[in-house]
Design a protein around this ligand. Structure first.
Ligand code: ATP
Ligand code: MG
Length: 420
């Protein structure tokens, strides 16, 4: 072991487990790529104010969890705690919204950083795949995103997840509700921290998981009863589109989510096998965010799915992903000349797209065959001096143990035929 360990709250992805993470990212990205979303990548850090203004000063993310720092040049930056604000910033900066083709649909994949109390499913460095549809108000877009996330989870084989759905209203109806809720909350027995939250962000109190708080919330005014007609109609259409697509969801009037920028549609994907870190992904509409960060009005909707928790969900459901074999053919040279000849064949096979590996380091037959076994290869190519003198290599089936000589110039064809 080295003197160093991965920092607290982080972990390394190591083969073979790391292949699951790649497969999960790919499975989430596939339906997006297939639905008009273009790939975007933004820096791992941004001006800290992008997040404090975008995500909101009063949110846990900004007030407690952000890795903020000052550069030697005096610039205040933060490691990105989430993707939406950065993606919108980048889209505005590149004027994507002015190219006359709204919505701008983007997907991303990367690392995010939050200074949290580490526990299972909650890390200080984690990874998300996300999608944003920027610049259009259309319930079909909200539905599309939920349907695509559902499709991603289903292709992975997950079934024990639920979709929670709510509407947070808009700038017309939410302030009225906020006042009503605040009035109700001010009458409760709450600790000082929570009372402060009642003043700055009362909706977030609904999200409090503690029983002492939850039991007092019975009878709290519900946003559902305050939605304006436009929000009501919008929400109803999202629900109808989901139902028509066969995507089941549960209405959850208390779902508010931890970011300030959400308006109207909000949703969360929860998995029942994950214990307290049950949210595998979430998102919603953020019609006001662009203006909050200095842009024009651009109604938008998006989500981010957590890769780490999706992998935990797969484990909870006992799902083994069918991962492609990493190595199909493993070459075992016996002697110096065979080493050169087989290395040439390995290169030829690789160029032809066959996953091939080689026994390095001049191992003997026994050690090299052990490596071949460990690689999971379906075939071994073995050659010694005598084989080369006859112009052949031995092609060995690692499962049956059968072995047959193949002419040197026929190896690629023979391997292809067998792997087909
Ligand atoms: P939670 O309620 O668990 O704190 P969140 O509301 O902070 O989640 P979002 O900001 O909506 O989470 O992020 C979307 C997804 O990213 C989450 O559903 C989760 O899968 C993942 N995620 C968020 N924070 C972490 C973390 N610290 N470690 C691992 N995954 C995370
Ligand atoms: Mg959180």
């Amino acid at each position: 072991m080295s003197t160093f360990q991965a920092p607290k709250g982080t972990y390394d992805l190591i083969p073979p487990e790391s292949a699951k993470y790649l497969a999960v990212r790919e499975a989430i990205a596939a339906p997006l790529k297939n639905s008009g979303y273009g790939y975007i990548e933004t820096p791992g850090f941004e001006n800290v104010e992008l997040f404090s203004r975008g995500v909101g000063e009063s949110t846990d993310i900004v007030s407690k969890e952000m890795y903020a720092f000052e550069t030697k040049g005096g610039t205040k930056l933060a490691l990105r705690p989430e993707g939406t604000a950065s993606v919108l910033r980048a889209a505005l900066q590149a004027n994507l919204h002015k190219l006359g083709n709204l919505p701008v649909k983007l997907w991303y994949s990367g690392s995010y950083y939050r200074y949290e109390r580490p526990q299972k499913g909650r890390y200080r460095h984690f990874s998300q795949v996300g999608a944003e549809a920027i610049g259009t108000e259309d319930p079909a877009l909200d539905a599309e995103l939920i349907i695509l996330a559902d499709q991603a989870y289903r292709t992975l084989g997950l079934s024990q997840f639920r979709i929670l759905l709510n509407s947070l209203g808009d700038k017309e109806c939410r302030p009225v509700y906020r006042d009503a809720l605040q009035g109700f909350l001010r009458g409760l027995e709450l600790d000082e921290d929570t009372r402060r939250r009642v003043e700055i962000n009362p909706l977030r109190v609904l999200d409090d998981k503690r029983a002492v708080v939850q039991k007092q919330l019975v009878g709290a005014p519900l946003l559902r009863d305050y939605l304006c007609d436009a929000c009501k109609a919008y929400h109803e259409e999202v629900r109808e589109l989901l139902t028509a697509a066969g995507v089941a969801y549960q209405d959850d009037e208390k779902l508010v989510r931890g970011l300030d920028y959400y308006t109207r549609t909000t949703f969360e994907f929860v998995h029942d096998g994950l214990g307290s870190q049950s949210a595998v992904g979430g998102g919603g509409r953020y019609d006001g965010l662009s203006e909050m960060i200095g842009g024009p009005a651009l109604p938008s909707v998006g989500w981010a799915l957590g890769v780490d928790r999706t992998v935990l969900a797969l484990e909870a459901e006992g799902i083994e992903l069918e991962l492609p074999a990493t190595t199909s053919v493993f070459a075992v040279p016996l002697g110096e000349e065979a080493r050169r000849v087989l290395f040439g064949l390995v290169t030829e096979l690789r160029r032809a797209g066959v996953a091939t590996d080689f026994s390095y380091g001049g191992k003997g037959l026994k050690g090299a065959m052990k490596s071949a076994n460990r690689s999971g290869a379906r075939y071994a190519l073995v050659a010694g001096e005598r084989d080369l003198a006859e112009g052949v290599v031995q092609l060995k089936d690692m499962q049956s143990g059968e072995q047959s000589p193949v002419a040197l110039d026929a190896v690629l064809d023979a391997v292809r035929e067998r792997l087909a």
